[in-house]
Design a protein around this ligand. Structure first.
Ligand code: FES
Length: 105
């Protein structure tokens, strides 16, 4: 059975709608995105050569890596634009009690 640890990622109000926030949960750098009242969480390391996705630009549900422009769907981590070819890891995130909670493995 897989076990997850639910981690407090801070107040939801700290992530402006349509924007990203950089965070470290446990030892793990992540990128949090707020879209349409929901929050999405990806590993902060682009699968191309490690660009910081939390500093990327967000267009609808797609984040563009600031280094070479790879694009990922923040809902799944799937690649939607090159040069990256490997999906970035995504983690389930919810807002409860005004705070963001992320399930980490
Ligand atoms: S490191 Fe992200 S596109 Fe190159």
């Amino acid at each position: 059975m897989r076990r997850f640890m639910r981690v407090d990622a801070g107040p939801a109000s700290e992530i402006p709608e349509g924007e990203a926030k950089c965070a470290t949960l446990g030892q793990r750098p992540v990128a949090l995105f707020s879209i349409g009242g929901k929050v999405y969480c990806l590993d902060n390391r682009c699968t191309h050569v490690g660009g910081p996705l939390c500093e990327g630009t967000l267009d609808d549900f797609v984040v563009e890596c600031p280094w070479h422009g790879s694009r990922f769907d923040v809902r799944s981590g799937q690649v939607v634009g090159p040069p990256a070819r490997t999906p970035v890891r995504s983690y389930p995130a919810v807002i409860e009690g005004g705070r963001v909670w992320v399930d980490l493995p």
